[in-house]
Design a protein around this ligand. Sequence first.
Ligand SMILES: *Cc1c(COP(=O)(O)O)cnc(C)c1O
Length: 424
Amino acid sequence: MNSKELFEESKKFIPGGVNSPVRAFKGVGGTPFFVKSASGCNLISCDGEKFTDFVCSWGPAIFGHSHPRIKAAIARALENGTSFGAPCELELEMAKLINGLIPCAEMVRMTNSGTEAAMSAVRLARGFTKRDLIVKFAGCYHGHADSLLVKAGSGAATFGNPDSAGVPADFAKLTRVLPFNDFDAAEECFSQEGERIAAVILEAFPANAGLILPKENFLKKLRELCSKHGAVLIFDEVITGFRLGLGGAQKLAGVIPDLCVLGKIIGGGLPVGAFAGRREIMERLSPVGPVYQAGTLSGNPLAMAAGAEALKMIIELDPYAELKRKSDFITSALRQAAKERGVALQVPQAESLFSIFFNENPVENFEGALKSSTALYAKHFKYCLERGVYIAPSAFEVSFMSLAHDGASLERAAEVMASSIKNL
Ligand SMILES: *Cc1c(COP(=O)(O)O)cnc(C)c1O
């Protein structure tokens, strides 16, 4: 079956034909391609087409797809069995690696997805503080647990509005949603309900609404605010962990949260999540503490082997300067094309994360991001895809660079993206 036939057939058995919504290309139109195989910086579709991939499995493929070392690590682990329901040494290895690299990570608990990890971190913060309210920021994604699937309604710091059907309004009422980069709003929120706030959770560099960069001192001031009021500061580093450098966003920004959430890269391409943080808080978790959290497949040996190998490669190769250079090459080509053509294009970048907004102004928060043209993005996406360059199928997602993106692929991709901008 070709992609079109597979998609039609899938829609009969899987809602919308996909197991995660963005894959359906609803934001950009057209039919998604089905992947037959992936290797290096390329995806090969069931139609025999080859795409240079800037989605990179949404981040995990920092060394590109099917890396021989990661495959070998999985193969070695596979010899010993796929799941034990009892602890294994690979879990200790993983916890030690994370502990050694992520500043806040005195202790670590593994999960099977970022969603689970974020949900558990919030429960832990509530159990630790014995408070119920949580504060999040509009446009930040923390997976799809009920209390986190809430963004700003029209009135920002008032009661959150559920973002999804099926989230009880009573749950959403415990979530306060603030505009990112607006410290005054956070201070105001704390001045009214500070003693009821268990946690502030955020992506320090929001990368699920396109890429939004934190303003100077915003994170530092949030840190101080949380400390002052006894609230737990949680950085969701599912994307930024091991993407913005060895110590994640917290190291880059020089702001250490109480807890952080990890995922994506730390699974080496296998399903994974983790949350980590201060010992005093982490030891409130079951079985030492009263906050329950568990997982049949948590710490799965194959995922631990793949993730640990990825982290060891990161330590050995220190890939960040090269990743940034490759990303700079693409983003400067985009900026140059926009300038030549007079297109209002914003190209925010943090290390090897970048996105584009068809927007007159630099984007500082979710509201600003939503003013970008999705029609122009869809046109750009289609132009690139037809020429073998795959960028995120949504105007509000980021692009990821991998170490496997070679010079020739990058030059061709830059050329395609630039001519797309000039042809808009
Ligand atoms: C992807 C992501 C999650 C959710 O992780 P899953 O493994 O998809 O459940 C949470 N937070 C952020 C910042 C993410 O990018």
